[in-house]
Write a protein that binds this ligand. Structure first.
Ligand code: SF4
Length: 427
């Protein structure tokens, strides 16, 4: 079976391209061309039993919500509720990142419970199975690692973050620059670094990259080149180890694309506002325009308890400068496993931020919704406002909780409603 990339290169327009063209109001041929040159990837679709989601050049920024059990909290019903809440709140994709419980069963149930594309980080399960089988994650074998990747693809996983770009060069950079202010914060990345050091061996995901690509191609699972050395502190942003990994990931993106595999590259992490644009320019230039999947980014280290806001600021800026898929952050980031309420709050904050960035990134193409809202506000048409707002039901609840004296104003200014007063003179 051909991948979306191969079909597009054969000048074929898949049913998924038709769906995305309708949703995003973009010409079929423009999307097909961008899928063929690798600047757009299509995640999911009929062969995966999910909605197709277009990510990349010229398309609206998409938001990913990550869920999954931990070793401390293993509650499959809770994870299914979180998955459904994320989808209902507008998440475009979902990453199932469980590390506790029956991982195959949890993944399959989450995929069955949602219609948006589900992604994974297979290293989590591989290291977990090595720990169960051999009592030590560093005893993970190549065969088990590739078996887990294929097992997850066969289950219908639509995209996978795989840490191929951490190799002996990146570890050398890490050693030479000295330990970081924020340490290593990627679970998969830190465990793979530990495996390489313990076994004194190259990362098999880098050494046998062709094998990784062949497995993902077989299922048209989009390869997301993982950011294992992403900065976990503002002070570590754009350090040499991270840039080394980015360079390698961009080289690998070219290899994967040439082999016919859909591919995107992952980015950080913790990034100050003035380095977000740099990160995006570097990734786009070095990868030949592969879609950029940014995790957050978090623009300060001190927002604990409110990191959905910290990330929303970063997401708006990333989206504005050209990032394509943004991973949400919840209020419980750095503190605890998110609950359902955290997931809902995180998705909504990220969606609003991504839209704010898109107003600039796609100027002239998506502004009508904001304009219609402005007119509805000016005309004090509450029902219209609720129907246009990204989260109209939430807006309605707030208004209805504080009923004004006059239907034509709200309790903020009451009798001094600026709009009502001005509308008398300017209609
Ligand atoms: S009362 Fe004030 S806040 Fe409310 S609609 Fe009028 S101008 Fe806007």
């Amino acid at each position: 079976m051909k991948t979306q990339l191969e079909l597009a290169r054969d000048a074929l327009t898949s049913e998924e391209i038709h769906v995305i063209s309708n949703l995003e109001h973009i010409e079929l041929e423009d999307i097909r061309t961008n899928v063929a040159n690798g600047t757009v990837v299509i995640i999911g679709g009929s062969r995966h039993g999910s909605k197709p989601v277009g990510v990349g050049e010229g398309l609206t920024s998409k938001v990913n919500a990550s869920i999954g059990t931990s070793t401390d909290i293993i509650d499959i019903d809770l994870e299914i509720k979180k998955a459904k809440a994320a989808e209902e709140s507008g998440a475009d994709t979902l990453m199932e990142l469980s590390v506790g419980g029956d991982l195959d069963m949890i993944r399959r149930e989450i995929i069955a419970a949602t219609s948006i594309p589900v992604g994974t980080v297979p290293l989590y399960q591989a290291f977990r199975e090595a720990t169960v089988l051999y009592g030590d994650p560093n005893k993970l074998t190549e065969e088990l690692l590739f078996d887990v990747i294929e097992r997850q693809c066969a289950d219908g996983v639509t995209f996978m973050a795989i840490h191929c770009g951490i190799n002996l060069y990146t570890i050398e950079r890490l050693n030479k620059q000295g330990y970081r202010f924020g340490g290593l914060v990627s679970k998969g990345g830190a465990t793979m670094v530990g495996w390489m050091l313990a076994n004194k061996r190259e990362n098999p995901l880098y050494e046998k990259f062709g094998r990784v690509v062949e497995i993902l191609k077989k299922y048209d699972t989009v390869l997301s080149l993982g950011n294992g050395l992403r900065a976990g502190a503002i002070a570590d942003s754009l350090d040499r180890a991270q840039i080394q990994e980015l360079i390698i990931n961009c080289e690998l993106a070219e290899v994967a694309r040439n082999m016919g595999c859909q591919v995107m590259v992952e980015g950080p992490g913790h990034v100050p506002l003035d380095e977000i644009e740099t990160s995006i320019i570097l990734e786009k230039k070095m990868s030949g325009g592969a879609p950029y999947y940014m995790l957050g980014p978090l623009v300060t280290d001190v927002g604990a308890g409110y990191d959905h806001i910290t990330a929303a600021i970063g997401i708006a800026s990333s989206s504005r400068y050209g990032a394509d898929l943004l991973c949400y952050i919840t209020p419980s980031e750095h503190l605890a496993l998110p609950n359902v309420e955290d997931v809902i709050t995180g998705v909504k904050a990220a969606k609003i931020a991504a839209h704010a960035g898109d107003i600039v990134k796609l100027r002239g193409k998506i502004d009508k919704r904001d304009l219609d809202m402005s007119l509805a506000r000016r005309d004090i048409d509450w029902e219209k406002q609720f129907s246009i707002a990204l989260y109209g039901n939430d807006a309605r609840k707030i208004r209805e909780s504080r009923t004004p004296e006059s239907e034509h104003s709200c309790t903020m200014c009451g009798k001094f409603c600026a709009l009502e007063n001005a509308n008398r003179y300017f209609r």
